[in-house]
Design a protein around this ligand. Structure first.
Ligand SMILES: Cc1cc2nc3c(=O)[nH]c(=O)nc-3n(C[C@H](O)[C@H](O)[C@H](O)COP(=O)(O)OP(=O)(O)OC[C@H]3O[C@@H](n4cnc5c(N)ncnc54)[C@H](O)[C@@H]3O)c2cc1C
Length: 364
C-alpha cells in the first residue's frame, strides 16, 4: 500500500495547480492521471485562451498545460502517475487505482478530486450513427491525433466550445455546413461567433436536431426550429447534409468518485449538474476530501486553476504546512476567484454557488 500526504485525482489544470500549491507549502503529493499525458482538456486546446492575464490568457491551452506540468514535475515533492485511473474512495480512506492492469491501493492523509467533466449527449432518433461525436472527441482527433473527422460537419451548440471547434475545423480544411443552437441567442463570446460567420458559416439560433439519418454512417440530419417553450415548430424542418455531427451541448461534472465517497451532493443547474456541497476552502462534507475545477461546477480553465490552488493550499494547511504564508495564499486565491466571477460571464456561477450554499457570498 502506497502512503502519501496528499493524493490528487486528475491531472488537468485544477489538479496540477493543486499539486503545485500543496508542494510549495512543503507537502508530499501524488497525482493520478488516467491519460498518458497530464493536462486535462488543455492538451487539445490549440487556441489562445481568453480570461485574465494572471491565468495565462493570451497563451495557447496546450502551452499552459505544458507549463503547469513542468511546474509539478520540477518539484521533488510531487510524483505524477500517468495512465493511472482512480477507481474508488473507500470508508477507511483507501483509494484504489488501476495502472498497467494492476490493482493499486493508496492511503492518503488528504484527497483532492479534480476529475473534470464529461460531455453531455443529445436525444434524437439515430443519435448512435457513426459520425456523431462529442466536441471533445473531435478536438482530440484533430489536435492530438492529427486526423480530420470527416468532410462536412453540422455543429450543434453555439457556446464557446461549439464556436471554437467550428473554427478549428475550418482551419483544418473541413467544411462546416451550419451551427445550430437551441437557445434564442448565441451562448459563446461574440468575437468567436464573428470569426465563423465571416468564414460563411450560418449560425441558426432556436434550432435543434429532429433526427439524424444515414445507412451505415451519418449522411445528414433534419433540423427544426423551436418555439419559445423549446417545442418543435411543424413545417420548419430543414435537411442538412453532413458526414459528421459534432455535439457541443455542455459538460456535466464527473462526480462518480464523490458519490461513492458519500459526499453530500446537490443538483445546481447553473453549475451544470450534481455538484458536491463544499466549504469556501473547497473541502467536501467528507472531512479531508477536497474538490477543484469542473468537478465542483463547470466553469473555465482559469477558475479551475485558482480553485486547484485553493484546494492544494487548504489541504496542506490542514496537515500543518505553511502556517505563515498559507492563509495569505488562501485569501489571495479567494479574491482571484471573486474577480474572475465578477463579470457578466461569472454571473451564472455566482448564482449557482449561492444556490449551493443558500448564503450569498458564502463561497468566494
Ligand atoms: C473546446 C474547449 C475550449 C475551451 N476553451 C477555454 C478557454 O479558452 N479558456 C478557458 O479558461 N477555458 C476553456 N475551456 C474550459 C477548460 O478546458 C476546462 O474548464 C478546464 O480544463 C477544467 O479543468 P479541470 O482540471 O477541472 O478538468 P479537466 O481539464 O477535464 O481535467 C480533469 C482530468 O482528470 C482526469 N481524470 C478524470 N477521472 C479520473 C480518474 N478516475 N482517475 C484519474 N484521472 C482522472 C482526466 O483524464 C483529466 O485529465 C475549454 C474547454 C473546451 C472543451
Amino acid at each position: 500500500m502506497k502512503e502519501i500526504e496528499i493524493l490528487v485525482i486528475g491531472g488537468g489544470p485544477a489538479g496540477l495547480c493543486a499539486a503545485a500549491a500543496a508542494a510549495e507549502l512543503g507537502a508530499h503529493v501524488l497525482v493520478l492521471e488516467r491519460d498518458s499525458k497530464p493536462g486535462g482538456q488543455l492538451v487539445k486546446q490549440t487556441h489562445k485562451f481568453f480570461g485574465s492575464k494572471k491565468q495565462y490568457a493570451g497563451d495557447r491551452g496546450i502551452h499552459i498545460g505544458d507549463f503547469l506540468l513542468e511546474q509539478v514535475t520540477e518539484s521533488p515533492l510531487v510524483e505524477v502517475w500517468a495512465d493511472t485511473t482512480a477507481l474508488g474512495i473507500y470508508e477507511d480512506g483507501v483509494v484504489t487505482a488501476e495502472k498497467d492492469n494492476q490493482h493499486l491501493k493508496i492511503k492518503p492523509a488528504r484527497i483532492i478530486a479534480a476529475t473534470g467533466a464529461s460531455e453531455k449527449a443529445l436525444m434524437f432518433p439515430n443519435n448512435d450513427l457513426p459520425g456523431i461525436y462529442g466536441a471533445g472527441a473531435v478536438q482530440t482527433l484533430m489536435n492530438v491525433a492529427g486526423v480530420v473527422p470527416g468532410k462536412r460537419v453540422l455543429m450543434v451548440g453555439a457556446g464557446n466550445i461549439g464556436l471554437i471547434v467550428s473554427y478549428q475545423l475550418l482551419q483544418a480544411g473541413v467544411e462546416v455546413a451550419a451551427i445550430i443552437e437551441g437557445a434564442p441567442t448565441i451562448g459563446g463570446y461574440l468575437v468567436h461567433a464573428s470569426k465563423v460567420r465571416r468564414a460563411g458559416v450560418p449560425i441558426m439560433t432556436s434550432f435543434t436536431v429532429k433526427e439524424a439519418y444515414g445507412k451505415e454512417t451519418l449522411e445528414g440530419a433534419i433540423v427544426c426550429q423551436l418555439d419559445e417553450k423549446w417545442q418543435p415548430i411543424p413545417g420548419t424542418e430543414q435537411d442538412i447534409k453532413a458526414d459528421v455531427m459534432c455535439l457541443a451541448v455542455g459538460l456535466s461534472p464527473l462526480t462518480e468518485l464523490l458519490w461513492q465517497a458519500d459526499c453530500k451532493m446537490k443538483y445546481v443547474g447553473e453549475l451544470s449538474g450534481h455538484v458536491p456541497v463544499r466549504s469556501r476552502f473547497m473541502e467536501t462534507t467528507r472531512q479531508g476530501l477536497y474538490v477543484a475545477g469542473d468537478v465542483s461546477g463547470v466553469e473555465e480553465a482559469s477558475a479551475a486553476m485558482v480553485e486547484g490552488r485553493l484546494a492544494g493550499v487548504s489541504a496542506a494547511l490542514s496537515l500543518g504546512y505553511g502556517k505563515d504564508v498559507g492563509c495569505k495564499m488562501q485569501a489571495d486565491a479567494m479574491e482571484e476567484l471573486k474577480e474572475l466571477r465578477s463579470g457578466p460571464t461569472g454571473e451564472k456561477t455566482m448564482q449557482g454557488l449561492w444556490k449551493l450554499t443558500g448564503k450569498e457570498g458564502a463561497i468566494c
